[in-house]
Design a protein around this ligand. Sequence first.
Ligand code: 2GW
Ligand code: MN
Length: 296
Amino acid sequence: YLFNIYRLNMSVNVPVLGASFQLARTDVPTQTPWKAPIMWEGMFDGTLYDKAHLEANSSVALTVFAIGRYLEAYLKSFIISAEKHFMIGIPVTYYIFTDIPEDIPDFVLGPERTMKVLYVPRHARWQDISMMRMKTLSKIIDLEISYTYPYIFCLDVDSIFENRFGTEALGESVAVLHSHYYTVKQDEFTYDRNPKSKAYMKTGDYYYHAALFGGTWQNVKVLVDFCYNGIMEDKKNNVEALWHDESHLNKYYWLHKPTKLLSPEYCWDVISFINRTEIKVARMTWAKKRYDVLRA
Ligand code: 2GW
Ligand code: MN
């Protein structure tokens, strides 16, 4: 309890600068029913966000897990591309969780950018590798991030930054629209439909992708604890949600509306889709499944 008083509690008060630009897009919804912006290319001036966040002393922790073969398969391209495109202009610290810290290569990082490598044991089931990230994230927020970084973003490592992924993405509670589901009707969303699971949902707002979520550390802490508690409750009851942590994440955002949505530009499946006219820029994309490395 004593330590709480030292935690970062800056009021992150950067307005929605995109508002006056929303008329620039009429082909896509740019606002949720609860008035959160949905960030699409053409809606905002990135330099205004950069200026505001520089003045607000914003900084961000970017967490990523590289367990087993995923380290060799994806980490290098993830970090090298993040150095070119992720939150350039404000301080960034990478938190890399791995079971083989000795295999992390050397990276040359830009100014005000650092890296922390932390050991985590490897779970036997891949579903647990994915789900147990929630517990690790909760711990690292408690132990470190809450003292230093107002913002945290949590990403899948099989991702590649290709264009600006900047300070316009920062917000209190940030979710990304899944690139396979932003065009389909609600009844096609792959929510968990088993009433025995804590992730069970009848209805929702959108289908969000667990490959990317973020916000202030306070909000992300509530999110990861919610998901972890749901996952553990399910284990007790011998059930597992359809899409694992992603099902619990969707339940969380249904109950606690995100304050900002990122368009699928921010986590785009370039492999499945070509020529979607509303996608003006792919900011981060899904990496190809590296079966050469993963199945070697
Ligand atoms: C995952 C699946 C099967 C075999 C291995 C792994 C695995 C994942 C691994 O061996 N090592 C590892 O570090 N991971 C981490 O978990 C890594 O950061 C990876 O990006 C993340 C999620 O696994 P991934 O990317 O293979 O799963 P996707 O792309 O199908 O993920 C979606 O669904 C997942 C739940 O099934 C998660 O919610 C994920 O966030 C979603 O993007
Ligand atoms: Mn992935």
